[in-house]
Design a protein around this ligand. Sequence first.
Ligand SMILES: [Zn+2]
Length: 195
Amino acid sequence: MSAAPFAVEPDGWVRGAHVLASPNFEARPGQAVPTLIVIHNISLPPGEFGGAAIADLFLNRLDCDAHPYYDRHLRGLRVSSHFVIRRDGALEQFVSCAERAWHAGVSNFFGRERCNDFSIGIELEGADACPFEPAQYGTLAELVTALLAHYPIEALAGHSDIAPGRKTDPGPYFDWARLQRDTALADRYFPYRRT
Ligand SMILES: [Zn+2]
């Protein structure tokens, strides 16, 4: 059996991830520890994969003159996510899990607002209208397993679950059953998937 590919270090950075440190973070309020994992999708320009635009956005160096979408929607934006999983399964980390990244925006987890305070954000490079890659599910399951081993995670949610009406990601192609199977997590970790 091979060793787990990822492990969370005491400082909240994950061994095995490619680090691209974003300045877009702050301390979690009240020494909050992450208890929620939020899953997103992102692609820049929307629907196009590959390239450096996602990282450039999170590092505040995206050239907003390079595409009309950037000009219209992203100029001046200061955002980040703890993790991005590229189409080939490569894992990038932008913010330590010990810090508050800026991925969820206005959000509500069963009555608890400001989900960024107590969550870890994972972006899959993708779009609502197409499937994710097997390699992405593989990395996601390994990452979630590593995070669960280090933090008192209680639930996983999609961005659309905690910001309904405003956000649609990770979208209908995201296979929650596959994630649950790959991580062997109990139903209680997926409170929005209960029907
Ligand atoms: Zn999102």
